[in-house]
Design a protein around this ligand. Structure first.
Ligand SMILES: CC(C)(COP(=O)(O)OP(=O)(O)OC[C@H]1O[C@@H](n2cnc3c(N)ncnc32)[C@H](O)[C@@H]1OP(=O)(O)O)[C@@H](O)C(=O)NCCC(=O)NCCS
Length: 203
């Protein structure tokens, strides 16, 4: 099992190269403190629709700085997708190793008791990388990373908006099951989904 401090010290243990059929290979790796400017470029470049579907606190340099400053300080593991040729960041896959009380309460109401072996996941790809199968190609690496932290199940970070059919299709085809729905303070409906890692092929 890894700790976040160990990953921050040696990001290479979770670093992998993804070969793409069109030659646009990407590297999957943990966020590092040197990523601030490129991460800001990724956030700034997200379209209004991608911002609506994702859950970042902001889409600017200050947010990128906060995310880099948070490395190994809290319970978050942030994984990047980076174009090999250009070094451009094209995806931010967030894992929270801790749970949120609201999540625990909602899942309990659905008959599921969340424990310390559960974690949360929220992916966002750059607009020009969405819908090209990369989220699915990288998912086994996310699952392996979660296993490296002793996790047995993954839930969605903040759920998925009910009007986000591509993400819902993405989660379903990667093994997630819907366990319920809820309406946020903004009146928008979201689905809760969970994946049992034991039901996926191993590393
Ligand atoms: C959600 C996301 C990470 C998925 O990654 P991805 O690489 O785009 O997903 P994939 O291409 O692997 O799979 C998408 C699937 O949805 C399908 N799809 C695309 N548009 C769809 C739509 N409007 N309705 C239903 N299914 C749709 C695709 O055909 C594909 O399924 P298939 O392989 O069976 O054909 C990515 O699209 C993204 O970053 N979206 C914006 C941010 C976001 O929504 N994040 C999730 C927040 S909960």
């Amino acid at each position: 099992m890894f700790t976040l401090a160990e990953i921050a010290h040696d990001p290479l243990v979770l670093t992998r190269r993804l070969a793409r059929i069109d030659g646009s290979d990407v590297v999957f790796r943990p966020l590092t403190r040197a990523d601030t400017d490129r991460l800001a470029g990724f956030l700034v470049g997200l379209s209004p629709e991608s911002r609506r579907l994702s859950t970042f606190d902001g889409y600017d340099l200050a947010t990128a700085q906060d995310l880099c400053d948070a490395i190994a300080r809290y319970d978050k593991l942030r994984l990047m997708l980076e174009e090999v040729l250009s070094g451009r960041i094209v995806g931010l896959l967030e894992c929270s190793l801790g749970l949120n009380p609201d999540d625990i309460a909602r899942y309990r109401a659905a008959g599921i008791r969340l424990t310390a072996t559960d974690c949360r996941f929220g992916p966002t790809l750059a607009d020009d990388y969405q819908g090209r199968g990369i989220g699915t190609q990288v998912f086994p690496l996310v699952a392996d990373a979660a296993r490296c932290f002793g996790k047995k199940r993954i839930i969605l970070w903040g759920g998925v908006l009910a009007d986000n059919p591509r993400a819902i299709r993405y989660y379903r085809k990667n093994g997630f099951q819907t366990v319920g729905s809820f309406t946020g303070t903004d009146g928008v409906r979201s689905l809760d989904m969970i994946l049992d890692l034991d039901l996926l092929p191993g590393p």
